[in-house]
Write a new protein. Structure first.
Length: 136
């Protein structure tokens, strides 16, 4: 890409790269590090025609989620009650964001961004009863 003078890299981080999430220190550190790498490469490579961005998915129903929940540390409601949109992300939600960030005609001046694809998870500092009140 650098030799060609164009390209787009989209890293997959997590909302855990944007916030601290308890009991996941190694995972959080790796996702924060990926966002740092994304921003650094965007600065280093942007003038050479290569854009570098990251998507930061919220919770997606994956095997990792099933394994975590099997340990009894949280339930689906713990997640959906926190997400303003009231649901888990779908794989397609994440894929569409990646496609958009990859498309130079649609996002050609977006560089170094950590894009939350989280249904509003990282925006909501409300307490649970207030958050859920807005769903009625």
């Amino acid at each position: 890409m650098l030799d060609a003078g164009s390209g787009s890299i989209v890293n997959v981080s997590s909302v855990a790269g944007l916030q601290g999430i308890a009991d996941r220190s190694a995972y959080n550190a790796s996702k924060h590090g990926l966002i740092g790498l994304t921003r650094t490469l965007a600065v280093e490579w942007g003038a050479r025609g290569v854009r570098v961005n990251a998507v930061c998915p919220g919770w997606v129903k994956t095997e990792m989620d099933h394994k975590d929940q099997a340990g009894g540390t949280y339930t689906d409601l713990d997640i959906t009650n926190h997400v303003p949109m009231g649901r888990f992300a779908r794989p397609e939600d994440i894929a569409e964001a990646i496609v958009w960030l990859s498309d130079n005609t649609k996002s050609g001046f977006v560089n170094g961004v950590a894009l939350p694809v989280d249904g509003g998870w990282t925006n909501d500092g409300s307490w649970q009863s207030l958050r859920l009140k807005h769903r009625d």
